[in-house]
Design a protein around this ligand. Structure first.
Ligand SMILES: Nc1ncnc2c1ncn2[C@@H]1O[C@H](COP(=O)(O)OP(=O)(O)OP(=O)(O)O)[C@@H](O)[C@H]1O
Ligand SMILES: [Mg+2]
Length: 283
């Protein structure tokens, strides 16, 4: 089975995941396991505040976590999350959130898409810019140096994403997703080969396709409902993806990708799409 059960095992548990990343020499936020109230107090004494308390398993879209700003926040966070295995991480004062999506073939060949920048709203991914504004060859190389050892270690086959914090040009790994990822959806129209196609190529043992970008792209998630179809399709370079899900508050029901020759010509189209998406649904 590709990717391996080991990849799932590692990515399902934030403590195992961060421990392995550190063993591989990939930087992460400093962290401690928290299994009871005394170990939470001990972890706070070591890591300091602010910090983020997270369930080790089962979290997504920022669910199952609480930011501890001050000692007064600890009791409430503990009563909300306590009782299951937890992890405490030092709060990372990042400049931006980035991610890198990569694919590893059966023969071990790895190809990476350009590093992208992610903007979240209320814990949910809202916007991905591809490539990330300001990314240069050095930053791309550092991001690749974070994901390559992980994929090799797991003998990974298929597409994988690694979420990163950019702290003044230094990258810290936050978490991996052992699958095609929302921050890679732009590749459908924005790259020579999409993450979905390369995932299939990898698993089938076929040669990988080029991960180069076609110009600049942005992906806007539609959360809680879809924007006006005709208005979106009238925007130059815009493509609407409707997942066919029942709209519900806070639920991703589709996305819009905007593609243009370069970042400057992308901007007006992206502004218009953001306006249309915000006018719909959750706003
Ligand atoms: N140690 C940290 N320091 C600062 N911010 C953090 C930290 N950990 C998480 N965050 C913030 O919370 C968001 C969600 O955290 P994380 O990715 O670990 O959880 P998740 O629930 O799996 O999220 P998602 O499903 O959106 O990827 C991050 O994108 C980041 O904005
Ligand atoms: Mg995440």
């Amino acid at each position: 089975v590709h990717p391996s059960a080991r990849a799932l095992e590692v990515s399902q548990d934030r403590l195992v995941e961060k421990t392995i990343l550190q063993e591989l020499g990939v930087g992460t936020a400093p962290f401690r396991a928290v299994d009871d109230r005394p170990s939470l107090d001990a972890a706070i004494a070591v890591l300091g505040l602010p910090a983020v308390l997270k369930t080790r398993r089962g979290g997504y879209d920022g669910k199952g976590q609480a930011v501890l700003q001050a000692p007064g926040d600890v009791d409430a966070a503990w009563s909300e999350l306590g009782g299951v295995p937890l992890i405490l991480e030092r709060f990372v004062p990042f400049e931006s959130e980035l991610s890198i999506v990569a694919v590893r073939a059966l023969d071990g060949t790895i190809a990476c898409w350009p590093v992208v920048e992610n903007t979240h709203e209320l814990g949910i991914l809202r916007l991905t810019r591809a490539p990330a504004p300001g990314v240069d060859a050095a930053l791309q190389a550092s991001a690749e140096a974070c994901i390559r050892p992980l994929l090799d270690f797991l003998d990974y086959v298929g597409v994988c994403c690694l979420e990163l914090f950019d702290v003044d040009g230094e990258l810290l790994a936050n978490e991996m997703a052992p699958r095609v990822h929302n921050s890679g959806h732009w590749t459908i129209e924005g790259a020579h080969t999409s993450q979905f196609e390369n995932h299939l190529r990898a698993v089938l043992g076929w040669p990988l396709g080029s991960t180069d970008a076609r110009g600049a792209s942005a992906m806007v998630n539609c959360i809680g409902g879809l924007p006006d179809r005709d208005a979106v399709l009238a925007v130059p370079g815009a493509h609407l993806h409707d997942y066919g899900k029942n709209p519900r508050r806070g639920r991703k029901v589709g996305h819009v990708t905007v593609n243009a020759a370069d970042a400057a010509s992308l901007e007006p189209a992206l502004e218009r799409v953001l306006e249309l998406v915000r006018a719909s649904a959750d706003g």
